[in-house]
Ligand binder design. Structure first.
Ligand SMILES: Nc1nc2c(ncn2[C@@H]2O[C@H](COP(=O)(O)OP(=O)(O)OP(=O)(O)O)[C@@H](O)[C@H]2O)c(=O)[nH]1
Length: 432
């Protein structure tokens, strides 16, 4: 779970149903989003309208109602569950004399708190700056800015008072840095692939329990490796799994319903690593009434980023909230584990989950004892290069007995690079 800054801001939420406007956001989810941004929703103003008004988004009567609610609830900020144009946001702020943020601003604030990879952070900062550059001329340049608060985290605290030219320069420099980070990341990924360390990526809806599970698995399990895989990146950790060896586990930013279009890029950047994963753990809040819909949405985004071919194991979480529910593993018709029922909080089902993970990953791993002669020098060298040799014994006749473990696809690729046919090799049973 995340340590969230105790901002302690009080928010009035605004949700309007439009009969002639396609804006079907869910007020319940908005409340959750606001809460997870560390803000306390203290009142909600709802209403019906044919379509948004160009000036204030809502009608003047509704605006009065919001103003009264802000005063009565002693709120610090008004959060609209809608996309507002920059001028609407400004007009409403001026009328209410209170800070206003739209749905995009709220989501950006969450991303700013959660983006944990360097690239993800830059991508979010870029989206924030771009969102902000159209909203620069507003009156909240005093107190609130210094205090921080929703929508003011990330670059907001330092950048809002700079002028547009500086902002443009900053955006340009982030683009450059992003390019550099992408290059480095590709190299990092290549290195990891070379070292043949399988990656497990946790994906899922916001609030499903990914971070809780990630921390539980990587800090309290017997398989947690001592060292962090990359100390700079808390979203990557290393585990040692039986029959599989070392694996890297990666956490990701949660999915959000109806992600505003201009945030899709930032969100995807945070997800991009999943396309390289060997196994996706799709964490699902098993007691959420929108469970099936959430699953569908996650799967469709994964398909869009080309991650739908990656083996997936669903993790139905929060079974402690279900009556009399025993942890279990569900298997498909071929006997392959496809779903684990667990509680990340109580730890129930985690051992079964590990078994299922190992079973799914081991499908792809080959573990051979192979006898190589002097003519197989190239294969031997390639196996060493790929960091796949667990042990090596020299035999009296000049052969070498190698114990190798690697992904099956890499094994086949190395054989082909070395020009060796698998059935020409001499395999031995372990211990001989
Ligand atoms: N009862 C119960 N609550 C859980 C369990 N796992 C997580 N939670 C709670 O669910 C909420 C969300 O958990 P997180 O781990 O932050 O969820 P997440 O999927 O990482 O959410 P994002 O970071 O928003 O993507 C927290 O309040 C957790 O305490 C569980 O097994 N049982």
């Amino acid at each position: 779970m995340f340590e969230r800054p105790d901002v302690g801001e009080r928010a009035v939420l605004v949700h309007i149903d439009f009969t002639a406007h396609d804006d079907a956001e869910d007020p319940g989810e908005f409340r959750e989003l606001v809460t997870s941004a560390g803000v306390e929703p203290v009142a909600t103003v709802t209403g019906n309208r044919k379509q948004p008004s160009p000036r204030f988004f809502v009608g003047e009567g509704k605006l009065d109602e919001i103003r009264d609610t802000v005063a009565a609830a002693e709120a610090d900020v008004v959060l609209f569950n809608h996309a507002l144009s920059p001028s609407q946001e400004r007009n409403i702020e001026r009328e209410l004399q209170c800070r206003v943020l739209d749905r995009t601003g709220v989501i950006l604030d969450i991303f700013a708190q959660r983006a944990r990879t360097h690239e993800g952070k830059l991508q979010v900062e870029l989206a924030q700056l771009e969102h902000m550059s159209t909203r620069l001329v507003r009156g909240w340049t005093h107190l609130e800015r210094q205090k921080g608060g929703i929508g003011l985290r990330g670059p907001g605290e330092t950048q809002l008072e700079t002028d547009r030219r500086l902002l443009r320069e900053r955006i340009k420099s982030i683009h450059k840095r992003l390019e550099k980070v992408r290059k480095q990341r590709n190299q990092g990924r290549r290195a990891r692939r070379r070292a043949d360390i399988p990656t497990l990526s946790l994906v899922g809806y916001t609030n499903a329990g990914k971070s809780t599970l990630f921390n539980r698995i990587t800090t309290s399990s017997v398989y947690a490796a001592d060292q962090l895989f990359a100390t700079l990146d808390p979203t990557l950790r290393r585990l040692e799994l039986p029959d599989v060896g070392p694996v890297v586990m990666a956490d990701t930013v949660g999915f959000i319903r109806h992600l505003p279009h201009k945030l899709v890029e930032a969100f995807r950047a945070t997800l991009e690593e999943t396309t390289e994963a060997n196994l996706l753990l799709h964490v699902v809040d098993a007691v959420d009434e929108r469970r099936d819909d959430n699953i569908e949405q996650v799967e469709s985004v994964l398909a869009e980023i080309g991650a739908d071919e990656i083996p997936m194991l669903q993790v139905f979480n929060k079974i402690d909230l279900m009556d009399d529910f025993e942890p279990r593993i569900d298997r498909n018709g071929e006997g392959v584990p496809v779903r684990a029922w667990v509680s990340a909080v109580t730890g129930e089902g985690l051992e079964l989950l590990f078994d299922a993970i190992v079973e799914r990953l081991a499908e792809d791993v080959v573990h051979h004892f192979v006898r190589l002669g002097p003519v197989d020098g190239k294969l031997r060298a390639l196996l060493h290069q790929a960091d796949s040799v667990l042990s090596e014994h020299y035999c009296e006749n000049g052969d070498t007995l190698l114990e190798v473990r690697l992904q099956n696809r890499d094994w086949l690729q190395l054989l082909s690079r070395a020009g060796v046919a698998e059935d020409s090799l001499r395999f031995e049973a372990p211990g001989l």
